[in-house]
Design a binder for this molecule. Structure first.
Ligand SMILES: [Zn+2]
Length: 423
């Protein structure tokens, strides 16, 4: 005999709406910037819910919060589900929040069905994923994974000079739980923040990885000259080198439109005068590719475009790498568990790469990790109008539930309750 275990989409939706009231904005979104009183109020609400669900709570030194439902094997590392509760200043109601409250819903569903797991289940709330108040995104998971060190993160300031450390201490978030503890697996449920699932009609994205990101600052040095008296062929004009480079950079993207993203931005010239040929032009280029070799090829192509353009127009040049995030490939076992859960539930799914960074990128450096996406309206995110369908929210939570059960294992005496024929 087998019993259905599934999440309660109505309960999940009403909690999403309750959380959205904390720091609600006039435009229908949420403003719970990291380590603010509203961020604290959001956590307090979450803590109330997880404690009612019988979970214990622990905090680490950068305020990452873990709510734990025990398993039957005390030696098994936990399967962790999570995301973030902080938002952009004019954030939506679902970015991050959905993954945290989806994890809570999984625990509630298992409580309702009296199913025990072999490995413990935890819901993680990572501190400052957004990086809008304190300018490091995915901050809490970076410290947890050992990518950033706690002392330098504590010294970061917001625009009014308040440090992360002062806020962690003020809010009582400087906990003692160990960073980087062993995990059986990590699953992050998230809205896609892009248009792919909505366009294809899939309910579930099995996320294969997160594309690599590399930022360059390019500088061309020419020679300042009078705009009216200097013949065109006697100029060393860095703006012309810029123009040739931009043309080539966009062609790189056009040649592989599915995988390559290029974004030239932050243009500056010196002297910034309308009637002087500039002596110097600088700009940034954000380049993205799902695999490391592809990102290296893009960099090599950019370097030769820049060198050629500088040579052509008699300019000097320089390229600095100012940010470099390696591509992440998620654990095939986690992806397999997500895919199997989507099949079990009968939901249309597809494999998808993430265009945005997530805490799962950092966690993946220390533990098997995977992500589940659901569609969001018009692919819109980091916007108060961010919107998802309640049914999609429920489907994503069901997939999280069954993937977590697969990875944590159902305890023998509750195996029948945990086994599901369909959902
Ligand atoms: Zn997010």
């Amino acid at each position: 005999m087998s019993t259905e275990v599934r999440t309660d989409a109505g309960r999940l939706w009403s909690r999403l709406m309750d959380m959205a009231k904390v720091g609600a904005t006039s435009g229908g979104g949420s403003n719970r910037q990291a380590l603010s009183d509203d961020d604290q109020a959001g956590r307090d609400l979450f803590i109330e819910w997880v404690q009612q669900a019988g979970c214990s709570i622990e905090l680490d030194g950068v305020g990452n919060l873990f709510a734990r439902r025990s398993g039957t094997d005390p030696d098994a590392p936990p399967v962790v589900m999570g995301s973030h509760l902080d938002t952009q200043p004019t954030g939506g109601r679902f970015d991050g929040v959905y993954g945290v409250l989806g994890g809570l819903e999984v625990i509630e569903a298992l409580n309702d069905a009296s199913v025990s797991t072999r490995a413990p289940l935890e819901v993680a709330v990572w501190t400052n994923e957004e990086g809008s108040r304190f300018p490091v995104s995915m901050m809490g998971s970076a410290v947890w994974a050992g990518v950033s060190d706690l002392d330098s993160i504590r010294a970061l300031t917001d625009r009014s000079g308040v440090t992360v450390g002062a806020e962690l201490d003020r809010l009582g978030w400087s906990g003692t739980a160990a960073f980087g503890k062993p995990l059986s697996a990590y699953l992050e449920l998230h809205i896609e923040q892009g248009p792919i699932l909505e366009a294809s009609g899939s309910s579930i994205g099995v996320v294969t990885g997160v594309q690599g990101i590399r930022w360059f600052e390019v500088t061309f040095e020419g020679f300042a000259a009078h705009a009216g008296t200097t013949p065109m062929d006697r100029r060393r004009d860095p703006a012309r080198a810029l123009a040739d480079t931009l043309h080539g950079v966009y062609e790189l993207a056009a040649a592989d439109a599915d995988r390559v993203r290029v974004t030239p931005a932050q243009f500056a010239s010196e002297p910034a005068s309308p009637n002087t040929v500039p002596s110097k032009v600088s700009f940034t280029v954000d380049m993205r590719h799902p695999d490391a070799a592809g990102l290296d090829r893009l960099e090599a192509a950019l370097r030769s475009l820049v060198a050629e353009a500088a040579d052509q127009h008699g300019c000097g040049h320089r390229i600095d790498v100012i940010n470099d995030c390696a591509p992440v490939v998620f654990d095939p076992r986690c992806g397999g568990a997500v895919e199997a859960a989507a099949r079990l539930c009968g939901f249309a799914f597809e494999h998808i790469g993430s265009g945005a960074g997530h805490d799962a990128c950092h966690v993946a450096m220390r533990a098997p990790a995977g992500m589940i996406f659901i569609p969001c309206q018009d692919g819109l995110s980091h916007n108060e109008e961010e919107s998802i369908e309640p049914d999609d929210a429920g489907r994503g939570a069901d997939v999280l539930l069954h993937a977590a059960l697969e990875l944590a294992g159902v305890a023998d005496d509750t195996a029948n309750a945990g086994r599901t024929t369909e959902c």
